[in-house]
Write a protein of this length. Structure first.
Length: 70
């Protein structure tokens, strides 16, 4: 029996449906500003500057709306 990460799915889906720009910080510190197009259990497909990138969730440190700067 595996538990579904409902909080993660709900949050990513909210960003995807709203087409709101997201800020993704990778484990190496690189920051991406993009729109979430799709996601599954292991990856996030995002459009960054008119280029689609496939990011492994295991490489993501932080994700949130781009306008919510710290």
């Amino acid at each position: 029996m595996t538990a579904k990460p409902e909080v993660q799915d709900g949050y990513l889906n909210e960003l995807r449906v709203s087409k709101r720009e997201a800020r993704i910080v990778l484990l190496d510190g690189k920051e991406l500003r993009c729109v979430i197009k799709a996601f599954d259990a292991f990856t996030v497909l995002a459009s960054c500057k008119d280029t689609d990138v496939l990011v492994f969730k295991s490489a993501i440190a932080v994700i949130g709306p781009a306008d919510a700067e710290q």
